[in-house]
Design a protein around this ligand. Structure first.
Ligand SMILES: [Zn+2]
Length: 568
């Protein structure tokens, strides 16, 4: 028997909803939902690095507000590859999406990296991740998914061909076309053609390289560029890169072996990624190649390579600690050759510049991608992106992964390649795109996609207010006033204490402090009034406002003022 509801649906087929929770208008934090008739498929759960003006923030993760209380609607989670901008938010968001038996699918390497990281979060549920590879087919609710290999700068990267009730969708993942990949097979164009023959309603394509002319470098070309450095170097080679840039790590290890160098691995995430990729056979390392940093001194510098984290100038990463002379075992030497082997994430340019200057000032050499093509190069550039669109001939095109200008550049490529302008979907995080067989609309109100910031173990507890405080503290410091007040008389006892950090040098500002103390006494005595109940909040506000104005008039600075009133 057919219920009236089903008849209704047959007559009015549902639209497919696409809800990007991150990754649009930014590099990183990739997470997109497909929703049909209430059934939700999650593609990737990534994080991004903080911007330069977010002191103390470790990561920014997608906002999962929309998924609250929808756990039972989630059909499954599928992952493209093991980069943190695609898997990094798993430990922070899993509590919002997990139910026992939640189907999760990833390639063996991606699974290995996710599970290895979960070991740092022992209180979390044990995730069961099923392995998929090139050609695997699964069904999750209304979605039929076929996984296909895509070249990138990490092995085991998968694109998705998704059959939905309204048509087929391709998600390219991060990709490039590479004829000579590392530890991977070259792009299978026949397979891509075959998807195209089945009809592609929507192509969701990586935009990271959409503003770069030509073709991305093959991993083989990058190896050759790196080899030039190995040929010339007479001291240690220190190669900083992302812990998840497995191909680059492989290249550095292979070259070290060729040039008779031992390899020292520094940095927690680097060590754990190398361990897992080695275990799974994705990283080929000869016996005895890797040594501990303690053994380093028994070899001449010309026989040592150090692979570490920190190519983006991340404050806590190994390279930063080395250049700041804070690393316990590695001190920078004039003969060192430093390779910064990953492209700079938008927003980190200044930090990387400072890092480079710092290294050069200490006399070491720096090799960066602007001098040589040794950067990530993991993303399809203009010619490859056009080729992808040309092969898929999609009805709709949606640029994903990248700053807004990259999305626009990619959408222009689609137009050039013959996709109708009105079928190109340039969206932003949190918008809801409703797609039918022949048209789409965007609900711009959409869902909450505001930043969730992770600071240490805190998730989302650092918001705009905390961040603003950190800016004030960083800019003009703080100024604490401790006033002891006699409950009986309402008068300040003795002289208020002043503690200040990052505002003025106290010893040289005796007069200013003396005047401040006097003012505090006057303010308290005035605002306490005589008799009756004292409004201490008002007293504190008065101190904050008036002392703030006073300090500004004297110094043109606005420190954060913290009045502490103690009644005795
Ligand atoms: Zn990637």
């Amino acid at each position: 028997m057919i219920s009236s509801k089903q008849v209704h649906q047959a007559q009015h087929p549902q639209n497919l909803k696409i809800i990007p929770l991150g990754g649009l208008g930014e590099v990183g934090r990739n997470m997109t939902l497909l929703e049909y008739n209430g059934a939700i498929l999650i593609m990737d759960v990534g994080f991004r690095m903080p911007e330069e003006d977010m002191p103390g923030i470790d990561y920014i993760i997608p906002n999962s507000e929309y998924l609250k209380n929808k756990q039972k609607n989630i059909e499954g989670v599928i992952f493209t590859h093991g980069h943190y901008d695609h898997i990094g938010a798993v430990p922070y968001l899993i509590k919002d999406i997990w139910t026992p038996g939640l189907p999760i699918f990833a390639s063996p390497l991606t699974k290995g990296i996710i599970l290895k990281r979960q070991e740092e979060f022992p209180e979390q549920p044990k995730l069961k991740i099923e392995e998929v590879k090139d050609g695997s087919k699964i069904k999750l609710g209304p979605f039929g998914i076929e996984f296909f290999s895509q070249n990138h700068n990490i092995p085991d990267n998968l694109g998705f061909f998704i059959e939905t009730p309204i048509g087929n969708i391709i998600n390219t993942s991060d990709f490039k076309f590479d004829e000579n990949p590392i530890n991977d097979k070259p792009t299978d164009f026949r397979k891509l053609e075959e998807f195209s023959k089945r009809g592609v309603l929507l192509l969701m394509s990586d935009s990271t390289g959409a503003e770069q002319e030509g073709h991305s470098l093959s991993e083989q070309d990058i190896s050759q560029n790196l080899e030039e450095i190995f040929q010339k170097s007479k001291g240690r080679i220190i190669s900083a890169t992302f812990a998840s840039l497995i191909n680059r790590i492989q290249q550095i290890i292979t070259l070290s072996e060729k040039y008779n160098r031992k390899v020292v691995i520094e940095g927690y995430s680097m060590k754990s990624n190398i361990e897992i990729t080695r275990e799974l056979g994705y990283l080929k390392v000869g016996k005895g190649t890797i040594i501990s940093s303690k053994e380093m001194d028994s070899y001449p510098d010309s026989r040592i390579t150090i692979i570490c984290t920190g190519a983006q100038g991340e404050g806590s990463a190994v390279l930063m600690r080395i250049t700041q002379k804070e690393h316990p075992r590695v001190q920078l030497r004039k003969t060192d050759d430093i390779i910064l082997s990953s492209s700079v994430i938008p927003g980190n340019e200044r930090t990387v510049q400072i890092l480079k200057d710092d290294i050069l000032r200490q006399g070491a050499k720096v090799f960066h991608y602007k001098m040589m093509d040794i950067h990530a190069g993991g993303h399809a550039q203009i010619e490859e992106l056009k080729l992808m669109i040309g092969i898929m001939k999609p009805f709709f095109f949606m640029p994903i992964h990248g700053q807004y200008s990259m999305l626009i550049a990619n959408s222009q490529l689609a137009e050039e390649m013959g996709v109708a302008k009105e079928n190109i979907i340039v969206a932003e995080n949190g918008q809801i795109i409703e797609l039918s067989k022949d048209k789409f609309s965007i609900d711009k109100k959409g869902v909450d996609s505001s930043y969730i910031m992770v600071d240490g173990v805190g998730i989302g507890d650092v918001g705009e207010v905390v961040l603003r405080d950190r800016h004030v503290l960083a800019k003009d410091g703080m100024f604490v006033i401790v006033a002891i007040i006699d409950r009986m008389t309402g008068r300040v006892k003795g002289s208020p204490d002043i503690i200040s950090r990052g505002f003025v040098y106290l010893k040289e500002s005796k007069d200013l402090l003396k005047e401040t103390r006097k003012k505090v006494i006057t303010i308290v005595n005035h605002s306490v009034g005589s008799g009756g109940v004292v409004n201490w909040v008002y007293v504190k506000d008065e101190i904050r406002d008036k002392i703030g104005q006073f300090l500004f008039s004297k110094t043109k600075r606005r420190p954060m003022i913290l009045p502490v009133v103690i009644e005795v």
